[in-house]
Structure formats: C-alpha cells, structure tokens
Design a protein around this ligand. Structure first.
Ligand code: ASP
Ligand code: MG
Length: 466
C-alpha cells in the first residue's frame, strides 16, 4: 500500500454541510489519483456538548440532558438533510446513534455516577456521526466510501479517557478491515478519537486525539504520507495572534513538531508523530480553507536548519513547588512520590525543574488539572506533611510557559544567553528554566503578564519572522 494517502479532517473541517463538502471534494480529488483512507473528528464543539451532557446527567439534571440530546440530533439531521439528496438511511442511522448516546446518558442519570468507561463509549458518537455522513456523501457523489468505527480497528490499553494504542493488534485489525475496502476502490472513513481494548471495551485517546488516530492508521496501513487538514496554514514560528510577522515553516522535524505541540502549539496533537517515526512516514499540515497554501511538511530530519525555529506559549498553567525540609528526608524519594502522584491522576508535567540545595523542585501543570493534582499530592505525601518533613505546597497560578524550539540549537553556544537577554530587556523576570540534554527546547516560566511580550522579544531576537 505504498501509494496510500491517509488524510485527517478536524472538527472545523467537519463543522457544517459546506465544510463536509470541501473535505469530501479533497478526498475525492485525491482518490482519483491514489488510494485514500480518511479519519474524521466530530463536528466542532460536539465533543464538548457530549461531555457537558454527561456531567449534567451525573448531577441529575434531566432537563439539560434532554435539551442537549435534542441539539445533538438536530444539528446532525440538519447537516445530513443539507448534504444528501437521499438522506433517509443516514437520518435513520443518526437516530440510532444518538439514541445510543441517550441510553448511556440515562444510565448515568440513574446512577448519579459517571464511570470513565461509559464516558468513553458515549463520547465517540460525535465521530461516528461525521464518519457516517461524509461516507454517505462521498458515495452519493461517485466516490464509494464506507464508515469504519475505530473501536473495531484501533486496539488500546485500558486507560479510559487517555488510552494508548497497542500497535501490533491494531495493525492486524485495521489491515483486515481496510485492505479489502481499499482493494475494492472504496475509501475507508475511520472515526478519529476512539478505539477499544483487546477485550472490546470502548476507549478514547484524549481530547484532540483524532490526529493521533490518523497517524496510528497511517502507520498500520504503511501509508506513503499523512495529510492533516486544519484551519491554519501550517506550523508557524509563533502564534500569529501574538506575533505580527510570524511565518509558516516549510519543513520541521518530527521532534520539533512534537515539542511545539507539547508546548502549546495547537496545530497537532502531541502524540501524533510517535507511530510514524519508525517507518519515517512524512506528514503534511495543511489548511482546508486555503487549498493553495503549501502547508508544512513534517519529516524525520532536515539537512540544515540552524538555531531556533519557533517559539510557543501556554497561559493556563500553574507552577507547583515542593520543598523538603533540609536533611530531614531523601529529596529523591519526595520527588518520586510526587511524580507518582501526578501519574495516578494522569496529569501531564509540562516542565520540571529542581535545585540541588535542599532538593526543592517545581513543575508546571495545566490549571484545569490543578485541583486533582493537589489532592493527589496531599494524599501521596500525607505522612511527610504530618511530620513536617515537607513544607506546605506552594502554588503560583500567575505564570505562563514559553518554549523556544529547534533541533539546530544543539551545541550552539550563546543561544540561551540571547533568549534570556531578550526577555530581561523587557523587564520580565524568569521564574523557572528547563532545558533537556537533547537541547531541542528551552522552557521558561515567566510571570503571566509578561508572557506575550516575552514571546515577541524572543521571536525578534532569534530572527524567526518573515
Ligand atoms: N472530537 C475530539 C475532541 O474534540 C477529538 C478531536 O477532535 O481530535 O477532542
Ligand atoms: Mg484537533
């Protein structure tokens, strides 16, 4: 299947009948030239609506549940009517899929509890609905296509809400399902975001996980390329809303793209590139609103790309500091307990920094994860707090993270100095610093009010602009 192109269309690209038409015409155009498989997200905002509905169900709010289910059904029925000449079979399926969601929501209402595995089963309906609609539309317009529920193709572990694929069985299942379709000239349309455990329990890959689904599929089917369609021109040197002369990068490496994604660039789900590394499958990030824009090509390595490539930032973060009392206890043990506590609640550490004196350390987490993180830390270190071995946890919510990324920074003396100087010239003080030994990224934690100016200053200092 060396000619196969896997394409992924996100929520905006699926957001209305008009957008679905564009996605279908891109798919059909390519399918006329090479085999194609596509992966789709739910319509924009639908996953939020589904999650919100289940929260209301847990709280016993039947009225909102009913209202949201009706909104879900109406939005998809309206899109299907607008899209299809013969919508009846699809309307019936939309009814059946939304009824499935409603049944789970009713169960949660009765239970007053929201078990993660039921949530995962319920929230994949957004993707099932779009896969159904675009497959029907493609077929109607002369490009035979078939919706495939990723629960039957992507095998994952059982970390509900943030599952990880198990590649060997995924490869076997997705090939068994999709190779016959491709051989018959049918475009497989796989749902993004979801999968199932080996025992068949539905899972999801985490918010924004459809990119990841697409790369899992591309790797499983040995695709020639993966094209990720979004609503921006590609990967940029900075967020164009913050930096006027930010420019689109023609090429970045897997490692650079992953770092940018982990550090807040919205263009790609951070875990997307991992499945592709081994087979060196190139990825294009392209804009479905501007088909003539070339996009960014993400490749295993670049011949030459000196210095920094891009700077990203994240605002909704909190810095958590833990300080063992001098000499009372092993600092390493406290660190290990703390990281374990973060892992238990599935929280992501955005950056981590420690000082040797008294082995105090600090790390950055997303603000919305802060309450569960603090609770988990309190539990994990309960004894240490009780005996006064560890000082009360200090939390600073008034911070922002920025990251300067580039493989070409490796071994370039003076680059970090220039970055720090640029930030300090603006009168912004740096609260924490981290640079891994890969020298791929420099992370700075700065006061929140200086974040945007720091990004601008670094972008200018490193000459990243157009
Ligand atoms: N629909 C899912 C979400 O909103 C997955 C995705 O869009 O990538 O998180
Ligand atoms: Mg996305």
């Amino acid at each position: 299947m060396s000619q196969l192109i896997v394409m992924k269309f996100g929520g905006t690209s699926m957001g209305s009948a008009d957008r679905i038409r564009v996605a279908a015409s891109i798919t059909a155009g390519q399918a006329a030239k090479t085999p194609v498989a596509i992966v789709v997200s739910a319509m924009s905002k639908v996953t939020d609506l589904l999650l919100d509905t289940l929260r209301h169900a847990e709280n016993g709010d039947r009225e909102t549940v009913d209202k949201n289910v009706a909104a879900l059904r109406d939005r998809h029925e309206a899109a299907a009517r607008e899209l299809l000449e013969g919508p009846n079979a699809v309307l019936e399926e939309i009814g059946a899929i939304t009824a499935e969601f409603e049944r789970i929501a009713q169960g949660i209402l009765l239970l007053g509890d929201r078990p993660p595995r039921s949530v995962d089963e319920a929230i994949a309906v957004g993707e099932r609905l779009t896969a159904l609609m675009i497959a029907a539309y493609l077929t109607e317009k002369g490009t035979p296509a078939q919706a495939v529920n990723a629960a039957h193709a992507v095998v994952t572990d059982s970390v509900f809400g943030n599952a990880t694929p198990v590649m060997e069985p995924t490869r076997a299942k997705s090939q068994a399902l999709m190779a016959p379709l491709l051989a018959a000239g049918v475009v497989p349309v796989m749902t993004g975001f979801n999968g199932a455990t080996a025992a068949g329990k539905p899972t999801t890959l985490g918010r924004g996980g459809s990119d990841f689904s697409a790369s899992i599929l591309a790797a499983s089917l040995d695709a020639a390329e993966l094209w990720i369609w979004t609503d921006v021109d590609g990967i940029m040197t900075a967020d164009p809303r913050l930096v006027k002369d930010a420019k689109v990068l023609d090429e970045v490496t897997y490692a650079e793209a992953a770092e940018l994604a982990y550090n807040g660039a919205k263009v790609l789900h951070p875990r997307t590139l991992a499945p592709l590394v081994e087979k060196k499958i190139p990825v294009w990030s392209k804009n479905s609103f501007r088909l003539d824009a070339p996009g960014t090509r993400i490749v295993p390595s670049l011949e030459e790309a000196p210095g920094a490539r891009a700077v990203t930032s994240m605002a909704n973060v909190a810095l958590v500091s833990v300080e063992p009392v001098a000499g009372a206890i092993s600092g390493t043990r406290v660190m290990a307990r703390a990281l374990d506590a973060l892992d238990i609640v599935n929280a992501e550490v955005l950056t981590f920094s420690s000082s040797s004196y008294r082995q105090s350390f600090c790390f950055l987490v997303r603000k919305d994860e802060l309450p569960v993180v603090l609770k988990s830390l309190q539990e994990a270190l309960a004894l240490e707090f009780e005996h006064g071995y560890v000082k009360p946890i200090d939390v600073n919510e008034n911070v922002g993270l920025l990251a300067v990324v580039g493989e070409g920074m490796r071994g370039v003396a003076g680059l970090a100095g220039r970055v720090f100087t640029a930030v300090s010239r603006e009168g912004i003080s740096i609260i924490a610093i981290a640079q891994g030994s890969s020298e791929l990224t420099i992370n700075l934690v700065v006061a929140r009010e200086g974040l945007e100016r720091a990004v601008q200053a670094i972008h200018a200092e490193c000459g990243l602009g157009a």
